[in-house]
Design a protein around this ligand. Structure first.
Ligand code: UFG
Length: 344
């Protein structure tokens, strides 16, 4: 009997991480989650287990704690590859607490790369972001679009993270990485066993929508209707989180099967379709039949006017594409919210 490859998932109890653990298990991989639970709950591990029937290994470790991370590698010599999600991710908080972001996001990556190199774990999939493009000059944006100066310390950690990985791979022949530049992940697992559960007031659009629909918030604020877009509101590429999770499995296969042409390659992970804030709200109302009180307010500082992906490279090279419809995706987000708020 051959044993399944063991994949280390930092931040595997988080929103995207937990969906990726499910996708990995369903693809036949063995998984070990490293997460400090600073922005997630142990119940997530139970949710994963209920979906797949397999409990992932779990180590409650902060990746910034080098000796603790080293011990995870020492205790699990079978680790074959790593997917690195563990990071702080609030754009606004990163402006207020930049050092927290540089410390958490960069130190964890450096520690992980150190341990990977020390233990001959050669393949890494890294959570990057479309934020590296800023407001691109061309839409849809492709991977060869120049990286623009970051709009926030958070965005800067993603840019610097990509550079750190490129430099580490240039200096270490064996190290190979895929950088996945996510657009806007939304939705939840169709089982409603796992989903997005932001601490405090949601900063992102869809969790704010579902919490408003659930009655936790009085009203959704639409940040600006005077942008240079067809309806005046900002445009994003909303990618279903299960589709996004599957992109990690595809990227991992790509690396493990040595199909990559370069040691480090970046891929956009989006649908290729831009939706405005007003369109998304209308789609949510239509898909769920739930009313949603909303009002237009002023622009949110730092927002990009419009960005959506050219996902052709991921389609052609990785063989990955977004499959879920926006209606199903919005319904999954609502079903998850209803489940955690015990709404029938
Ligand atoms: N929006 C509202 N009201 C809200 C929340 C958001 O109108 O209550 C609008 C925003 O102004 C924006 C759109 O909805 O136009 C999407 O906003 P999100 O906060 O959901 O997402 P962002 O595009 O700002 O940010 C996301 C991720 C970041 C990542 C960034 C890259 O949250 O981690 O994409 O562009 F860096």
């Amino acid at each position: 009997m051959t044993t399944a490859p063991l994949i280390l998932i930092t931040g595997g109890a988080g929103y995207i991480g937990s969906h990726t653990v499910v996708a990995l298990q369903q693809a036949g991989f063995d998984t070990i989650i490293v997460d400090d639970l600073s922005n997630s709950e142990p119940g997530v591990i139970d949710g994963i287990t209920r979906i797949t029937g397999v409990r992932p290994h779990f180590e409650q470790v902060d990746c910034c704690d080098k000796p603790a991370l080293a011990a995870v590698f020492d205790n699990h010599p079978a680790i074959t590859a790593a997917i690195h999600f563990a990071a702080s991710k609030s754009v606004g908080e990163s402006v207020r607490q930049p050092l927290k972001y540089y410390r958490n996001n960069l130190l964890s990556l450096i520690n992980l790369l150190d341990e990977m190199i020390r233990h001959h774990v050669d393949q890494l999939v890294f959570s990057s972001s479309c934020t590296v493009y800023g407001q691109p000059d061309h839409l849809p944006v492709a991977e060869d679009e120049p990286v623009k100066p970051a709009m926030s310390p958070y965005g800067n950690t993603k840019q610097i993270g990509e550079e750190i990985i490129r430099d580490a791979a240039a200096a270490n022949d064996r190290l190979q990485a895929v950088l996945l530049r996510y657009f806007n992940p939304i939705g939840a697992h169709p089982s409603a066993e796992i989903g997005e559960r932001p601490a405090g007031v949601p900063q992102n659009l869809v969790p704010f929508i579902t919490q408003t629909a659930a009655g936790l918030r009085n009203e959704l604020s639409i940040f600006g209707d005077d942008y240079n877009t067809p309806d005046g509101s900002c445009i994003r590429d909303y990618i279903n989180v299960v589709d996004l999770a599957k992109a990690h499995v595809t990227a991992l296969h790509y690396l493990l099967e040595r199909k990559n042409a370069q040691p480090v390659e970046a891929f956009n992970i989006g649908t290729g379709r831009g939706l405005s804030v007003l369109e998304l709200i209308a789609l949510f109302r239509k898909a769920t039949g739930v009313d949603l009180p909303a009002k237009i307010v002023g622009r949110r500082p730092g927002d990009i006017e419009q960005v959506w992906a050219n996902p052709q490279k991921a389609n052609d090279v990785l063989g990955w594409r977004a499959l879920e419809t926006i209606d199903d995706t919005l319904r999954s987000a609502w079903n998850w919210e209803k489940r955690i708020r015990k709404i029938t």
